[in-house]
Write a protein that binds this ligand. Structure first.
Ligand code: NDP
Length: 328
């Protein structure tokens, strides 16, 4: 196949355009593994890349898409051979390296994770980078020593991708989960995933006190800004909050009081350059730690041709759970 279908972003006179087109295989970038992409997904960052609302794309032309699941077609990397099922999350794909919204991708073998036996390629992308990030956040809280008996865990941006998967993972581990959402109509959905309490995100988004009443032992935050500052101020003595997102803003207008008076920890979560050992562990944990029936409740499937139209809706906070993209 010399040409294949791809979504391509281009820039001329500072204006970005994105279209579904034919892409010549000869123009793929260097890499030692060529993958036939089966599935991808739409993450928040993909929404930013396609709409051009933030400078996610660092090279033009670019095929956006930060993650995929697929089958190895050709490889000169010692770990991979044709027919292997693989997952890729991050490493700059869709940003500096041609990405996932295409029938083919050429990448570095060291970026790939083997698809766990009990996860289908579609499920891998239903989980996607959002779900794998949620697992990284859960693992960070566990490394901190957080246990269900220490108290509830709050999840912000609860009806979004990271939030939905985080709730399902935490509930299965036995944590009491408090879901914070701006969409009260999703209370039934969030409780179905395992939340025991749903709070309005407005409760956490207004500037608060440096130290407030202790409400939870831990948190997973997709929102950032004042919400994250409030989460910290309401965390119990010795607790921890894993920060993964910026849906509400990139700033952090808080105080050091929770750190120095309550020994609270702020744990940073990065999925893009995360070391391979941690990625493999996260995907292994997702294989058994996420109920497939709950995953199905979160997922909507679209085709490659729908991606451009749908991408902007994730930035408006209108996507519930996860979107999986059937590529080929
Ligand atoms: P989603 O859009 O699916 O979820 C974000 C959720 O945040 C929304 O569903 C909404 O939840 C809430 N939200 C949206 N806008 C606002 C706002 N202005 N104020 C408060 N809450 C808001 O995105 P993802 O779950 O894919 O990603 C979540 C965040 O995590 C993003 O910022 C993304 O960039 C980041 N991320 C970071 C990664 C990393 O490596 N650190 C990897 C993956 C994602 P509700 O309606 O329930 O309130």
């Amino acid at each position: 196949m010399a040409k294949f279908k791809a979504i391509v972003a281009e820039k001329a006179d500072k204006v970005q355009t994105v279209s579904l087109t034919e892409f010549d295989e000869a123009n793929l970038m260097d890499g030692d593994v060529t993958v036939r992409v089966g599935w991808s997904t739409i993450n928040y960052k993909d929404g930013l890349a396609i709409t051009g609302k933030a400078p996610v794309v660092r090279r033009f032309p670019m095929i956006p898409g930060v993650d995929f699941a697929g089958e190895v077609e050709m490889s000169t990397h010692p770990d991979w051979k044709p027919g292997d099922q693989v997952i890729l999350n991050g490493w700059g794909t869709g940003e500096t390296h041609l990405g996932a919204y295409a029938e083919k991708a050429r990448v570095k073998g060291q970026w790939l994770v083997r698809l766990p036996a009990k996860i289908s390629p579609r499920e891998a992308m239903a989980i996607g980078t959002a779900g794998y990030t949620a697992m990284l956040a859960v693992m960070a809280l566990e490394r901190h020593g957080l246990k269900p008996e220490h108290g509830p865990v709050v999840v912000t941006g609860a009806a979004g991708g990271v939030g939905s998967v985080a709730i399902a993972l935490l509930a299965k581990l036995g944590f009491q989960v408090i879901a914070s959402t701006g969409r009260r109509e999703e209370e039934g959905y969030l409780k179905g995933l395992g939340a025991s309490e749903v709070v309005d995100r407005a409760e956490l988004s207004a500037p608060g006190k440096p130290l407030a009443k202790e409400r939870w032992a831990g948190g997973i935050d997709s929102v950032g800004s004042t919400t994250l500052a409030n989460l910290l101020s309401m965390t119990k003595y010795g607790g921890a909050v894993a920060a993964c997102g910026l849906a509400g803003g990139m700033d952090l207008p808080g105080s050091v009081a929770p750190f120095i008076l309550r020994g609270v920890s702020l744990l940073g979560i990065d999925s893009v350059m995360c070391p391979l050992a941690l990625r493999n562990e996260a995907w292994r944990r997702l294989e058994s730690g996420l109920d497939r029936s709950k995953l199905e409740q979160m997922v909507r499937e679209i085709g490659l041709a729908d991606v451009i139209g749908v991408a902007g809706t994730i930035l408006e906070g209108r996507v519930r759970g996860r979107i999986v993209v059937k590529i080929s």
